[in-house]
Design a protein around this ligand. Structure first.
Ligand SMILES: NC(=O)c1ccc[n+]([C@@H]2O[C@H](COP(=O)([O-])OP(=O)(O)OC[C@H]3O[C@@H](n4cnc5c(N)ncnc54)[C@H](O)[C@@H]3O)[C@@H](O)[C@H]2O)c1
Length: 392
């Protein structure tokens, strides 16, 4: 079967995550990058097209030209899905235009700039037969899948408490040349939205917790802040959580925790057992029961669940990590696109890939933390948040 043909918007020569997406998409040999709009700077766009594409003429000047030109190509050459790796403010316009033009969408998080925009995409997807995936990378790790499966099997009993943390230190000091490109738009409400820290990493932590225990966050109480007086968005957040399954939790997201790298870790405590996983040691999962020695599960062994084994490429002890986790989402999305070729379905969801519901709940979480924090840190029911009407 032919490779799945991908287009990309964003990911120009000086971008961060676009190159990670290209490595991940290419890892299993199922996806080829055929076109894109890599930068609004036309020199950089052409430069990327020349180095990345078999046909550099398919580096288009803007998204209108991308979708119009690709629609005119024969079906067997045309882009099948677009990967959106631009800053948050442009996600909705690009995704919406792609859906209108009949292209599948794989989008970076946070899904959109506002909750209203995600609700709008959800509405569009109800009537358009295209697939939508969201890049919540950490759900692609094999041992995160194992953790979810162990909870689903009931091995932890009733889930009582979740403690999830995503700590970084790169915004602890004023931005320098190394951090300014990515930092400047993340701290600018015009590009990032209502939040820096929660939108950038807190939403990953929330999604990870919901994914592992398979229960949505229903209520929150948030305390957001900023260490630098001249920052208009948060760089630090502490959030109390109540899940639909009655579990309580705490979420810490911080970009000012000096010395921290990408310290995403989660602990889930149940009535029969507990588990612990850390992104910086992703091939290990600890299970605890309280009356037996703690058990260490490792990737690459037959005792893991099928989903975990399918997401592992190398034998035990050869470390896999971030690129492979991303690649697992791409692999699942490419499989969805291939199935859709022969058997188009009305459902935009793809097995194994975060979807439009996660897009909406993620935006509810981001806007909810800001609302709760501004309302003197009061409890807020996330499903009571009403998005401001979306205007096209
Ligand atoms: N899933 C993850 O783990 C993860 C990690 C990092 C970033 N992200 C998300 O990825 C997105 C991009 O982040 P980044 O750090 O790579 O940003 P970046 O600033 O490094 O790169 C953005 C790129 O998009 C290009 N661009 C901007 N607007 C464009 C437009 N309208 N058309 C075409 N190109 C355009 C820029 O020129 C640049 O090349 C953000 O939404 C961010 O939240 C997710």
């Amino acid at each position: 079967m032919t490779k799945v043909r991908m287009g990309m918007v964003g990911g120009g020569p000086d971008a961060f995550i676009g190159q990670v997406h290209r490595m991940a998409a290419g890892l299993d040999g199922n996806i080829e990058l055929v076109c894109g709009v890599f930068s609004r700077d036309q020199q950089k766009n052409r430069q990327a097209g020349e180095s990345l594409l078999a046909d550099p003429a398919r580096a288009y000047a803007d998204i209108a030209s991308l979708f119009a030109a690709e629609q005119k190509l024969p079906a067997e050459q045309r882009m099948e899905f677009v990967s959106i790796v631009t800053p948050n403010s442009s996600h909705h316009a690009i995704a919406s235009a792609a859906i209108d033009a009949g292209f599948h969408v794989f989008c970076e998080k946070p899904a959109t700039f506002t909750l209203a925009e995600s609700v709008d995409l959800q509405r569009q997807l109800q009537t358009s037969p295209v697939l939508f995936g969201l890049a919540h990378t950490y759900t692609g790790y094999p041992l995160v899948k194992e953790a979810r499966q162990r909870v689903a099997n009931g091995e932890l009993g009733e889930i009582k408490k979740v403690v999830v943390e995503y700590s970084q230190g790169w915004l602890a000091k004023k931005l320098n040349n190394q951090t300014s490109k990515q930092g400047s738009w993340r701290l600018d409400p015009t590009y990032a939205g209502v939040s820096c820290c929660v939108g950038d990493i807190g939403v990953h932590a929330a999604n990870l917790a919901e994914y592992i225990i398979d229960s949505p966050i229903k209520q929150i109480l948030a305390d957001l802040g900023s260490v630098e007086a001249d920052r208009s968005l948060d760089d630090d957040a502490t959030v109390l959580l109540r899940f639909a399954n009655q579990a309580r939790g705490v979420l810490i997201a911080s970009q000012i925790s000096l010395g921290e790298e990408n310290n995403l870790n989660i602990k889930v405590y149940g009535s029969q057992g507990s588990l612990s996983w850390s992104q910086q040691e992703p091939n290990s999962l600890w299970l605890m029961s309280g009356d037996q020695p703690a058990q260490l599960l490792r990737t690459g062994f037959d005792y893991l669940c099928d989903q975990a084994k399918q997401c592992t490429r190398t034998p035990a002890g050869h470390p896999e990590g971030y690129i492979e986790a991303f690649a697992n989402l791409y692999q699942a999305f490419a499989n969805g696109v291939k199935q859709h070729r022969n058997n188009p379905v009305k459902d935009s969801r793809v097995e194994g890939v975060p979807d439009i519901e996660h897009a909406v709940s993620g935006m509810q979480f981001i806007e909810g933390t800001v609302t709760s924090s501004q309302a003197n840190n009061s409890w807020l029911k996330l499903d009571k948040l009403t998005p401001a009407e979306h205007t096209k």
